[in-house]
Design a protein around this ligand. Structure first.
Ligand SMILES: [Ca+2]
Ligand SMILES: [Ca+2]
Length: 209
């Protein structure tokens, strides 16, 4: 069961039937004085997020207790998370906390997704841990592809992430990187040959903004 952060009292959040469709509501709960770097499309984010149903405040997702309590990571703005979060998590810096209210059309839709019922407005409480320039451009692909064979191995990707993450001077366990790399491969190594080709990589998308 999900017990964490109940003290934040999102039970008081109410959505009404006449709420406008398609609007993501963002409330900044905490913003560090030093707020940089700010997240952009294609960045790799490491985040805790808890999900609540707007109608009664009940909690349906809690990243602190689900999946062994590890913060989740994902590439922002490319559909790895629900649309409302892709929108609501732009321009966030490490340490920032937001409450993001997402209408059903930008969350789990008319059908819902168990345990979220159909047509549910959802509220996410998110806390960003790290923002890094994710593997988002073909330029980054070139940097990652150490042996220039137009294909990324897990080793190449891990080296790049390590370099990016440790720019803040904090060393991290190899398991931290391994988890990210494994997840990236799960999502992007479409032909499952153990390497991410330039074509497979392209689903990260170019910087179009
Ligand atoms: Ca390579
Ligand atoms: Ca592949």
């Amino acid at each position: 069961m999900c017990k964490c952060r109940a003290q934040l009292g999102f039970g008081s959040v109410r959505a009404t039937a006449d709420e406008p469709d398609g609007e993501v509501k963002i409330e900044v709960v905490f913003k560090p004085e030093q707020c940089s770097p700010k997240s952009k499309r294609g960045d790799l984010l490491n985040v805790h997020y808890d999900g609540f149903l707007a109608k009664d405040g009940s909690q349906f997702y809690c990243s602190r207790s689900d999946k062994a309590g590890h913060p989740q990571w994902f590439v922002l703005g490319i559909g790895q998370i629900i649309k409302g979060l892709d929108i609501g998590m732009m321009d966030m810096c490490p340490g920032e906390k937001r409450k993001i209210t997402v209408p059903p059309a930008l969350a789990f839709g008319e059908k819902g997704k168990d345990p979220v019922p159909p047509n549910a407005t959802v509220v996410f409480e998110v806390e960003v841990y790290t923002v890094s320039r994710g593997p988002r451009s073909m330029e980054a692909f070139g940097q990652m592809d150490g042996d220039k064979d137009r294909s990324l191995t897990k080793d190449e990707l891990q080296k790049y992430l390590k370099m990016e993450y440790e720019k803040d001077g904090k060393p991290r366990e190899d398991t931290f990187y391994k988890k990210i790399v494994d997840d990236l491969f799960r999502k992007n190594d479409q032909d499952k040959n153990g390497e991410i080709s330039a074509t497979e990589y392209n689903i990260f998308g170019h910087d179009e903004l």
